[in-house]
Write a protein that binds this ligand. Structure first.
Ligand SMILES: CC(C)(COP(=O)(O)OP(=O)(O)OC[C@H]1O[C@@H](n2cnc3c(N)ncnc32)[C@H](O)[C@@H]1OP(=O)(O)O)[C@@H](O)C(=O)NCCC(=O)NCCS
Length: 207
């Protein structure tokens, strides 16, 4: 009986729960700081808050954080690792993952995603529904590649960066750390750290 604990009773959490049950876990429970007011997430039980998960995390065969905010997901994952949690990777069975990839612990690869040969995915990442991470791409820690986003060959993405839904990046570009690439953007040049870019071609968002 393989048991998974998910921190974060979110919609994203349900997506991970669903994928986990299709990929070898037998049961899933959630932990969330909104507990006990929040007692269920879809058809799954919320059984405690993050403090309680810390005290029992070693009882689970896998633990994963389902919090969309990249910085919070990374920091909660690191605390769980320090408490002895078996931080797991969840890969939906319909994802296509080359055997010549490295995927860090605590990462989630969603339905229909493709991760090509020699890609390296850091810890705590999300490669979301139907996203593509082409050959030789490198994702740092806690990166989120949103649904339908496409990274061409050898793109690098720094820690905590978020590539929005349907965005794409030309081969060989480097996207820095803490970057937000807006929905539908087309990245054709490298982007420095902490920028928010939108549009085609992607340019910094000026307010
Ligand atoms: C880029 C983004 C983060 C900006 O969000 P925000 O700070 O709340 O920005 P606002 O919605 O206030 O928009 C500010 C301006 O930028 C423009 N803008 C926002 N997002 C844009 C985008 N993706 N492409 C082009 N222009 C965009 C808006 O039209 C607005 O322009 P205006 O001031 O001329 O009206 C957000 O729009 C976005 O694209 N998020 C990604 C969502 C996503 O991928 N979700 C998937 C989750 S799994």
């Amino acid at each position: 009986m393989k048991k998974l604990a998910i921190l974060g009773a979110s919609g994203h959490g349900k997506v991970i729960a669903d994928a986990a049950l299709l990929s070898g876990f037998d049961s899933v429970v959630f932990f969330d700081d909104a507990w006990p007011k929040l007692a269920a997430n879809g058809c799954w039980q919320v059984v405690g808050d993050s403090a309680q998960l810390l005290s029992c995390c070693r009882d689970f065969d896998g633990v994963i954080v389902a919090i969309g905010d990249n910085e919070i997901r990374a920091s909660k994952s690191i605390v769980l690792l320090a408490a002895g949690a078996m931080l797991t990777t969840v890969v939906h069975p319909s994802a296509v993952i080359s055997p010549f990839t490295v995927i860090g612990s605590g990462s989630f690869i969603a339905a229909g995603a493709v991760v090509q040969v020699d890609a390296v995915i850091g810890r705590f990442c999300i490669v979301n529904t139907n996203a593509a991470v082409e050959h030789d791409c490198t994702l740092g820690e806690a990166v989120h590649i949103s649904p339908g986003a496409m990274l061409a060959g050898a793109v690098s993405v720094g820690d905590r960066s978020w590539v929005g839904i349907g965005a794409c990046a030309r081969q060989l570009v480097s996207i820095g750390s803490d970057v937000i690439v807006g929905a539908g953007a087309v990245v054709i040049r490298s982007i420095s750290d902490s920028c928010m870019v939108v549009g085609n071609p992607a340019r910094p968002l000026i307010r």
